[in-house]
Ligand binder design. Structure first.
Ligand SMILES: NC(=O)c1ccc[n+]([C@@H]2O[C@H](COP(=O)([O-])OP(=O)(O)OC[C@H]3O[C@@H](n4cnc5c(N)ncnc54)[C@H](O)[C@@H]3O)[C@@H](O)[C@H]2O)c1
Length: 391
């Protein structure tokens, strides 16, 4: 079986190495930092022994998985790999330098993949002379648990490579979707209103954090409310993604970041990891699993809040389809398998009624006169023609 290389032994690289090793590959995992390699190794040992304790894995298999991963600081050790997945820091210059270096080490047949969340795969591919062997393979955190993988061919990627990587990811028992090389791919683009519109509702004084979170869980069936989720992801990280998507879309107002989140990040109120975010975690109590006590549970208010956020998400999903970012099925799969949405947004549009979605978007636009609320031309066309996404 093909040997797999992973560069970067942080959160993502360690998880990807585990997935490849669990699927029988010999894995070479490298990092510039010895400490990162040590951390990665001992974290995997803990995860494996927990799985054995729970009876989910035989001890022999756990040992075999760990033995399949070799840890190194020397890139030359990648010479025998058929696939190398890069998961180092999110910096285009550093990634390009790494790909150039890798090209001189691996065989001409070796596939070079990037796990970037926000950079252009084309820009990374352009750093090597054989750009057609470069592709985006974007896992979600934590990689061993999240089923979704976005496969992102660059304009230079060889035509048959996308299908081959899709098959590989399926063999790894993951759910692959194919996304165009555009900012945020599918998930990090379509999910923006979940945070952005929730922050906007708060800033307008419609409701407080707890009430908005309650609305999305109770009325929408989401596992976490937007503020709980931002606290979980970290306000610094979530804000940075929003800002980079906003800039990458040439400052389209639809993706405009929020001052509320920026101030939280600046204040060091990052969320769970800093003990305080939109909620207080200092006593170790997790508000994630229990209902926030001070939420206004008025069903009419909850319904209005939830629908405004959901219709913005539907509009974003429809626009991603309209712009050929991915297929209808892949857009819905991405949101259910990558961020645990209770159902696909295009399916949700069908159930809520496309005409209803268009009317709400137009009402918001009339009220605010902001481009943020412009209705996707696809929704408008479908409403006119009486069509559904899934006929
Ligand atoms: N964290 C997430 O939720 C997430 C999800 C999907 C994709 N990503 C992407 O995955 C990549 C890694 O993210 P992460 O969260 O694992 O970061 P991380 O900071 O946890 O790990 C990055 C690792 O790369 C190492 N590194 C840095 N420069 C290196 C180099 N030149 N050569 C070898 N190793 C180097 C660092 O020592 C560190 O151990 C980024 O491109 C990020 O955008 C992150």
């Amino acid at each position: 079986m093909m040997q797999v290389g992973v560069v970067g032994a942080g959160a993502m690289g360690s998880g990807i190495a585990q997935v490849a090793a669990q699927n029988g590959h010999q894995v070479v995992l490298s990092d510039t930092s010895d400490a990162a390699l040590e951390r990665s190794k001992s974290k995997l040992a803990k995860v494996m022994s927990r799985l054995v304790e729970k009876g989910r894995l035989e001890e022999a298999d756990a040992n075999a998985i760990q033995n399949r991963i070799s840890y190194t600081t020397v890139l030359d050790d990648f010479s025998g790999c058929g696939l190398v997945i890069e998961a180092i820091i999110e910096d285009l210059g550093v990634k390009r330098a790494l790909f150039r270096q890798l090209e001189g080490i691996v065989s001409p047949e070796c596939v070079l993949a990037t796990n970037t969340s926000s950079l252009s795969v084309a820009a990374i591919a352009a750093s090597v002379s054989e750009s057609k062997r470069v592709i985006g393979i974007h896992f979600f955190n934590p990689a061993p648990l999240m089923p979704l993988v976005e496969i992102v061919p660059a304009v230079q990627t060889a035509d048959d490579l996308t299908g081959k990587m899709r098959e590989l990811i399926e063999r790894w028992k993951k759910v692959p979707v194919i996304a165009k090389d555009t900012p945020g791919f599918i998930v990090n683009r379509v999910a923006r209103p979940f945070y952005g519109e929730a922050l906007r509702l708060y800033e307008e004084g419609v409701a407080d954090f707890a009430t908005i979170d309650h609305a999305m869980k109770k009325e929408g069936g989401f596992k976490m409310g937007p503020f709980e989720l931002m606290d979980f992801i970290g306000n610094d990280v979530n804000y940075a993604v929003t800002e980079s998507v906003f800039a990458a879309f040439y400052y389209d107002p639809r993706y405009k970041p929020s001052f509320t989140q920026k101030r939280h990040a600046e204040a060091g109120w990052l969320g769970r990891k800093s003990g305080r975010g939109y909620y207080d975690y200092t006593d170790g109590a997790s508000r994630l699993l229990s209902e926030a006590p001070d939420a206004n549970k008025d069903p009419k208010l909850a319904g209005d809040i939830c629908w405004r956020i959901v219709v913005m998400l539907i509009n974003e999903a429809a626009d991603a389809l309209y712009m050929n970012i991915a297929s209808r099925e892949d857009i819905d799969l991405a949101m259910t398998k990558g961020v645990n949405y209770p159902k696909g947004l295009l399916q949700w549009a069908d159930e809520a009624g496309i005409v209803n979605c268009v009317e709400t978007m137009d009402r918001l636009y009339d009220e605010y006169r902001e481009d943020r609320y412009r209705c996707s031309p696809l929704l408008r066309k479908m409403a006119r023609e009486g069509r559904k996404f899934y006929d």
